[in-house]
Design a protein around this ligand. Structure first.
Ligand code: 5AD
Length: 416
């Protein structure tokens, strides 16, 4: 089954046509319509309804597919409410902060979708100094954020590894206070590394690591990466991160060309299979300076569909995994000014205010329309606090905000 936009023939760049109501693929329709009865009685259509699925204790793969295909506003609201209730039951009403420092856009990778890929020669490359990163982290601690994310493009040379290691050690020591006796919680997001490097980062004091799988579908993964970048390497890295002791985060892009709803459902099942603690995922946004994005010009309908699907992915991941942390990512806000609030309402519980010095933000454009480009870090924090209040949630201050999933001694859930 193609995504609704593709089914409607609305490929990027083509003139908009009216979107027909979303229908399941023939295969899925057959599953939900029982065969003709023995006495030849008329067909009785029995499609499992959204409330029926939501009332189930354990969702199946087919249920996830059915709910990801929903576009009816009332059904979306039912799913949203169920996801919100699951969040409140298995986590809390607190939104946790992670101050985001994009400390370098140097990258050895050449992902076909990403604006800072090494092949994009129009990017002005930068790396913050150790001092600048530690200063930003200290500011984060004094604001009561509790956790910081250090994110960069990918490098795996010894100079960059020991730079990260040293910086993490310094942040741990220099952010200790009465309010944060163990210093800031540190999440790293610096890509594919060797098991030895992961061990070094963990020993230095980082305790969470984000590495997006992007898609678990092998063919799709290969179509959006050069041959040297392999799905198996990423899977091995995720396993190695767990073995090193990290709480592990991953995620996917939503609305990639030729991605189907079945593929996205498989991604959610994968999160459980790999015992993932944190999810960061968002809509794919075509970048004009990339091979994948250069000819794609999404129409308004496509953008709306991608946003809806992004929100449903958050809700379905919440309903299926229950106690993981899920970020309301900036990519949601790039599609809609209220995208992140909507993400919170659909079951997300993490927000990442920007701490990257404003003069460098325009050089860390993974995708166009990235929000908060011109804002100062205080503006960014205030704006996010207002967003949290606007959806009736509490703000988690001076805490690491680890996922409940990572805390439970037996964190395997039995559903499915
Ligand atoms: N659209 C949306 N997300 C993107 N990322 C990179 N490029 C894009 C894009 N064009 C995401 C990838 C990557 C993360 C750092 O940013 O998922 O892992």
């Amino acid at each position: 089954m193609k995504l609704p936009t593709q089914r409607a023939g609305l490929l990027c760049g083509t003139p908009p046509k009216p979107v027909p109501p979303f229908r399941h693929s023939a295969k899925l329709r057959r599953k939900t319509i029982p065969p003709r009865s023995k006495n030849g009685a008329s067909w009785r259509r029995r499609v499992t309804s959204v409330p029926e699925i939501l009332a189930k204790r354990n969702l199946t793969r087919a249920d996830i597919i059915t709910l990801l295909a929903v576009r009816d506003i009332e059904d979306m609201e039912l799913i949203r409410k169920a996801a919100e209730q699951t969040l409140l039951k298995y986590c809390s009403d607190t939104v946790h902060w992670r101050g985001l420092i994009e400390f370098s856009n140097e990258c050895r990778m050449n992902c076909h979708y990403c604006g800072i890929r090494c092949g994009n020669k129009s990017v002005k490359r930068y790396t913050l100094s150790e001092e600048e990163i530690v200063e930003a982290a200290k500011w984060c601690a004094t604001q009561g954020y509790g956790s910081v994310v250090l994110q960069s493009g990918e490098r795996n040379d010894e100079e960059s590894i020991s730079f990260v290691e040293r910086t993490v050690r310094r942040i741990k020591v220099e952010t200790v206070s009465k309010a944060l006796p163990l210093g800031l919680g540190i999440t790293l997001c610096v890509g594919e590394q060797s098991p030895e490097t992961y061990r070094r980062f963990f020993e230095a004091g980082a305790h969470r690591y984000l590495l997006r799988i992007e898609t678990t579908n092998r063919k799709l993964f290969e179509s959006i990466h050069p041959p040297s970048q392999r799905l198996d390497t990423r899977l091995a890295c995720l396993r190695s991160l767990k073995e090193s002791g990290f709480q592990v985060g991953t995620g996917v892009m939503i609305g990639l060309p030729s991605q189907t709803i079945e593929m996205l459902a498989a991604d959610i099942l994968f999160f459980r299979e790999y015992d993932i603690d944190m999810i960061g995922m968002g809509p794919y946004i075509p970048h004009p300076d990339t091979p994948l994005g250069k000819n794609l010009k999404p129409t308004g309908t496509e953008t709306k569909n991608r946003l809806q699907l992004g929100l449903l992915m958050i809700a379905m991941t919440r309903l299926f995994l229950k106690n993981v942390n899920i970020a309301a990512t900036t990519a949601l806000q790039a599609l809609d000014p209220t995208g992140r609030e909507q993400g919170l309402l659909y079951g997300a519980n993490i927000l990442m205010p920007q701490l990257t010095p404003s003069e460098h933000r325009k050089d860390y454009l993974l995708y166009p329309n990235k929000p908060c480009l011109g804002e100062d870090r205080s503006d960014c924090a205030e704006c996010l606090a207002a967003r949290i209040r606007s959806v009736g949630r509490k703000l988690g201050l001076n805490e690491w905000g680890d996922s409940r999933h990572s805390r439970k001694p037996d964190n395997k859930q039995s559903n499915c």
